[in-house]
Design a protein around this ligand. Structure first.
Ligand SMILES: Cc1cc2nc3c(=O)[nH]c(=O)nc-3n(C[C@H](O)[C@H](O)[C@H](O)COP(=O)(O)OP(=O)(O)OC[C@H]3O[C@@H](n4cnc5c(N)ncnc54)[C@H](O)[C@@H]3O)c2cc1C
Length: 596
């Protein structure tokens, strides 16, 4: 049966040995007290909660799913979800990395991200309820009025209320400029909101007494397109004078979607039938305000996929050591058994190592970004804050798309390791594959992430942000230039850095003549950038492991072996990607629409 052990050893390695987070946190007044013991103690407890409370509900939640009572518009989550949520709230977990001014514990994002990974390994569908809540908290924290903050933030931070993001409408997905939901101003400064939203995750449920919906809608005089969208906070129950629950608001779940995965999360159609809401931020600037939530959610989706990659790997590795089939090509390895365990077969190892390299590389990248966020939000130095914000902006679409694409590959490989047993339900592996697929679609499809990266973040600022990251890579390459033991890692890293620079210039030139060239290259381009990041972090991890390889701790020899596997077997994908990116858009665009 499925199993999960929180990867605390690897988290400690990344946090303390690779990134030395506590030294960085000491420079941030808000986190200066957060020492190694505190971090490790929190992760230990978080690991227990995820493995002991959330994980046992993953397969049962998937099998049972959510049910809607159409008459009352109420949704029941699978058995056990509610109790687990109560335990989560009682233990104070929702407040982990929120602002102490609103009841949060103020721990750094670097710790919050580790918890997010573990929650998602244990139960992605359940984790989406508090995950969206944290996104709503961030948007209101950044753009809410003092009154809105006082009304909603303490309840979101405590977990008493949950949150959602309501963007999508039947005719408006990627192109939010098409949305039609209307907001009519009332005499008291509030708004009456009407429209239909679809695909709203955690849009209705029985885990908490109130749901705080953040809704995109148009004011009556709004300009057409994305410049005419405003953001509103629309609670399921209006808030009474004493801060408790008031009248039921006119926002109702009319249906829940039947879907491929994440069955334990209610994906809702919501009808806003003149619901009362208040404006968040400036009129017609709703997309900018919502972007706070969307960026948090994009990193969150990366964590969903990292979590799935890790848990799929653990289960496939355990299975491969037990399952015996055929003999090793190079001679019997388990003479006491009628056949060898399948882990002796090179291709089984390749599939396992692919998942492992994606999990450990993804963890290094994600925690690096989390530390950048901590600095962006808390550094006393304005230049550091700006620099970190630039890096976070550049890396966010890569974390979202590269980690989610990798999880799709990794979970599929892990299913293959289990053979036919991977395809049937009992082992839990097919659920990971199904759950992983949505992560490439929502929060802006991975194509949209790639356009954001290449079009806006790279070409849009003439490569300035990319250059900053390039300097980091170049600095490391130079530092290790004379270290013989590091050449096998540093040379391919430097080579890819050079090729990416040339490719960026080439696409930029082509794009002047034809903007479709950006769209034709963007997906390949993002994947090349993802590999550059992974090569950088795998090289840095190899450096730490090389220094410790005489310690006798097998953790370091495994780390080094995985680094070598990554450079030998996964990084070369970039050669093909560079070719396809350079091949341009002509072959895509020359076929007439009618011939499709
Ligand atoms: C289970 C689930 C949960 C969800 N949760 C939420 C939620 O909580 N809140 C919410 O608001 N929404 C949610 N969504 C909606 C989700 O974010 C959208 O499905 C997604 O943004 C894509 O929109 P769409 O489905 O309308 O596809 P479309 O926008 O119609 O896109 C279809 C295809 O066209 C491509 N495409 C579109 N424009 C371009 C372009 N310019 N260049 C290249 N390719 C393009 C897309 O990449 C995609 O492949 C959820 C969806 C699902 C299935």
């Amino acid at each position: 049966m499925a199993q999960y052990t929180p990867p605390l050893r690897d988290m400690h390695f990344v946090l303390h040995e690779l990134l030395d987070v506590t030294t960085h946190l000491k420079e941030l007044p808000a986190h200066a007290e957060c020492d190694l013991d505190t971090i490790n103690a929190v992760l230990e407890e978080a690991g227990k909660f995820t493995a002991e409370v959330l994980f046992p509900l993953n397969q049962s939640g998937d099998a049972e799913g959510c049910t809607l009572d159409v008459a009352t518009h109420t949704v029941a989550t699978p058995k056990g979800f509610k109790q687990a949520y109560r335990q989560f709230v009682e233990a104070g977990w929702p407040a982990l990395s929120s602002d102490p001014a609103f009841g949060g514990q103020g721990l750094p994002a670097s710790v919050g991200v580790c918890f997010a990974e573990m929650q998602n390994s244990a139960n992605q569908a359940w984790t989406m309820y508090p995950g969206l809540t944290h996104g709503a908290y961030e948007a209101l924290h950044a753009h809410g009025t003092a009154e809105q903050k006082a009304m909603f933030l303490p309840k979101l931070v405590s977990g008493e209320w949950t949150g959602t993001m309501c963007l999508t409408e039947p005719h408006s997905g990627t192109d939010l400029g098409l949305l039609r939901t209307k907001a009519e101003p009332l005499a008291d400064g509030r708004y009456r909101i009407s429209g239909e939203k679809i695909f709203i995750s955690a849009g209705e449920h029985d885990l908490a007494e109130n749901i705080v919906h953040l809704v995109l809608a148009r004011l009556p005089d709004a300009p057409q397109g994305s410049k005419g969208i405003s953001l509103f906070v629309v609670p399921k129950f209006l808030v009474a004078e004493d801060g408790g629950l008031g009248e039921r608001n006119a926002i109702f779940c009319t249906a829940i979607e039947h879907k491929m995965g994440i069955h334990g999360n209610a994906t809702c159609q919501l009808l806003l039938d003149g619901a009362i809401g208040t404006l968040v931020g400036q009129p017609n600037k709703g997309l900018a305000a919502m972007f706070v939530m969307m960026n948090a959610a994009r990193l969150g989706v990366g964590m969903q996929s990292l979590g799935l990659t890790e848990v799929a790997y653990q289960n496939a590795a355990a299975y491969a050591k037990e399952r015996i089939q055929m003999r090793s090509l190079s001679g019997t390895k388990a003479p006491d058994k009628p056949a060898d365990p399948i882990i002796v077969h090179p291709d089984v190892r390749k599939m396992l190592l692919t998942a492992r390299a994606y999990a450990e590389g993804g963890r290094a990248l994600a925690l690096y970004v989390a530390l950048l966020i901590d600095k962006e939000l808390n550094s006393p130095d304005e230049a550091v804050r700006r620099d970190c914000a630039d890096q976070v902006a550049l890396l966010t679409p890569i974390v979202k798309a590269f980690l989610t694409d990798n999880a799709w590959i990794a979970t599929s490989h892990c299913m293959q390791v289990l053979g036919g047993h991977g395809y049937i339900r009992d082992w839990g592996m097919e659920q990971y594959v199904r759950d992983a697929r949505i992560n490439m679609i929502y929060e802006g499809t991975n194509t949209v992430q790639s356009l954001d990266l290449l079009g806006r973040k790279v070409l849009g600022d003439n490569g300035a942000k990319l250059k900053k990251f390039g300097q980091l890579v170049a600095g490391f390459v130079e530092e290790e230039g004379t270290n013989e033991a590091m050449q096998e890692f540093v040379n391919p890293l430097a080579d890819l850095g050079d090729k990416l620079t040339k490719l960026t210039t080439e696409i930029g030139m082509k794009a002047f003549a034809n903007a479709d060239e950006v769209g034709a290259a963007a997906v390949d381009y993002l994947r090349i950038c993802g590999h550059l990041l992974f090569a950088y972090f795998w090289a840095r991890m190899a450096k730490v492991a090389l220094a410790k390889q005489d310690s006798g701790d097998p953790f370091y020899s495994a780390k080094l072996a995985t680094a070598r596997f990554y450079f030998a077997k996964l990084l070369p994908e970039t050669a093909m990607l560079i070719r396809t990116a350079r091949a341009g858009g002509k072959t895509l665009m020359e076929i007439e629409e009618a011939l499709f």
